[in-house]
Design a protein around this ligand. Structure first.
Ligand code: SAJ
Length: 400
């Protein structure tokens, strides 16, 4: 069969390349002509281990091509972003736009799959759009939802080895989609219906968000109680049925900090814990910024001069170069907004330069600064030997 994927981003591109590497003809559509050109040259526009070689080979072997215009196929995969709008309401306009482009090309026997994280009911809504425009195809095509669940940085491995949840709008659709994924996924494929599969994706990320919120709440309690939260969590986790995650400077990325809102927005009365977890994790970033300002004032009173400050880490999690939706970046911005004429050193070992921040090397920053603020637990920071005179604010457990 021929496959058309719509969206060549962090998930769409690796997925397309993986399918193509199994000698299936894949046409990838993206609205960005630069992305399309880069891919057609066998190159990539995102950072992900191993992705470059697999894309280069799939393009060279002629199985993978990209374009800005939709092309007819037998299987359509929608892998576009689903961000949220102003009031944390899900924005499915990219899924709708992709579906509208696909509709005129559909024929009997085709398979239409949404992989984008979507609010419950989206797949059925798209089914209704499709059948309203093409009534002759009612029950003659297959429509399913199959969320991705890969971890950035480990995408090529997880795409193949993770289990997947596949939910069709009817049994035939579920089975057809399972048969498609079977060819390139080694993990187990679990059959369900479309609504459950949609909710499953939202549940996975909300569960992680709630668990991180619990750890962040503990960190605030421990700060007041004079207890080391890292030691506390290590000890509590010695219990055979307790497994607390790590507190940090907030929750970032475009999944865990976004997806829970898709539940809260549709079920506001019922999703009390999920909504509260979002508030706690957002508040934690604000609190960290406040702590820096407080430490600065205390230093000035004690030493009768302004301190210099090192902000350690900007990425949204350890050992990656991705700054999108990063709480560390938010904290750095907030702290710099309140800056008077202190010296700041902004450190992010995974990037060379930044439009807004002047990036300093981590060793130099730690040597020069009076106050050292650890925001992201990058590996490089763990080996640092820091003089005892320095004030250390450790929000990510670097010194635990
Ligand atoms: N974080 C903590 N404490 C922890 C773990 C994470 O503060 O103990 C923070 C991180 O620093 C980061 C944020 O949470 O700011 C999210 O990081 P993450 O590593 O938990 O997750 P992501 O966003 O990189 O990827 C998640 C994964 N989902 C789950 O683990 C349930 C991934 O499998 C999904 O495919 C991805 O979201 C997605 O695309 O939805």
């Amino acid at each position: 069969p021929k496959v058309t994927t719509i969206g060549l981003g962090y998930i769409g591109l690796p997925t397309s390349a993986l399918i193509a590497s199994n000698k299936v003809a894949v046409f990838g559509v993206d609205i960005n002509p630069e992305v399309v050109n880069t891919i057609n040259q066998g190159k990539i526009h995102i950072v992900e281990p191993e992705l470059d070689t697999i894309v280069a080979k799939a393009v060279k072997d002629g199985y993978f091509k990209a374009g800005v215009k939709m092309k007819a196929a037998d299987i359509y995969l929608v892998v576009v972003p689903t961000p949220f709008k102003g009031n944390h309401e899900p924005d499915i306009s990219y899924v709708e736009a992709a579906t509208k482009e696909i509709i005129p090309h559909l024929k009997e026997g085709d398979l239409y799959i949404i992989e984008s994280t979507s609010p419950v009911g989206t797949t059925e809504k798209m089914r209704d759009y499709i059948y309203a425009e093409r009534p002759e195809l009612v029950n003659k095509i297959h429509i399913a939802y199959c969320p991705e669940r890969v971890l950035p940085g480990n995408v090529m491995y997880e795409l193949v080895h993770n289990d997947r949840v596949i939910g069709g709008v009817d049994d035939a659709s579920t089975q057809k989609a399972i048969a498609f994924y079977k060819d390139f996924v080694k993990g187990e494929l679990h059959a369900t219906n479309a609504r459950t599969a949609e909710m499953c994706k939202l549940t996975e990320n909300s569960s992680r968000d709630v668990q991180i919120a619990f750890a962040n709440e503990l960190s605030l309690i421990c700060d007041k109680a004079g207890i080391n939260v890292w030691e506390l969590i290590t000890l509590a986790n010695k219990h055979p049925r307790v497994n607390i995650l790590q507190p940090g400077c907030g929750v970032g990325g475009h999944c865990i900090a976004v997806d829970p809102y898709f539940i809260v927005s549709d079920f506001p009365m019922e999703s009390q814990i999920i909504g509260k977890a979002r508030e706690i994790n957002n508040y934690k970033s604000f609190w960290c910024a406040e702590q820096v300002v407080k430490a600065k004032q205390e230093f000035e009173i004690k030493n009768k001069r302004k301190p210099s400050i090192a902000i350690m880490g900007l990425a949204f999690k350890p050992n990656i170069d991705d700054l999108r939706e990063s709480p560390a970046k938010y904290i750095a911005q907030r702290v710099l907004q309140n800056a008077q004429d202190e010296d700041y050193y902004i450190v992010e070992p995974n990037i060379k330069s930044h439009q807004v921040f002047k990036i300093t090397g981590y060793k130099e920053a730690v040597e020069k600064a009076d106050i050292i603020v650890f925001l992201v637990a990058h590996n490089e920071f763990k080996e640092l030997d820091i003089s005892e005179e320095k004030v250390i604010l450790d929000f990510c457990g670097i010194k635990k």
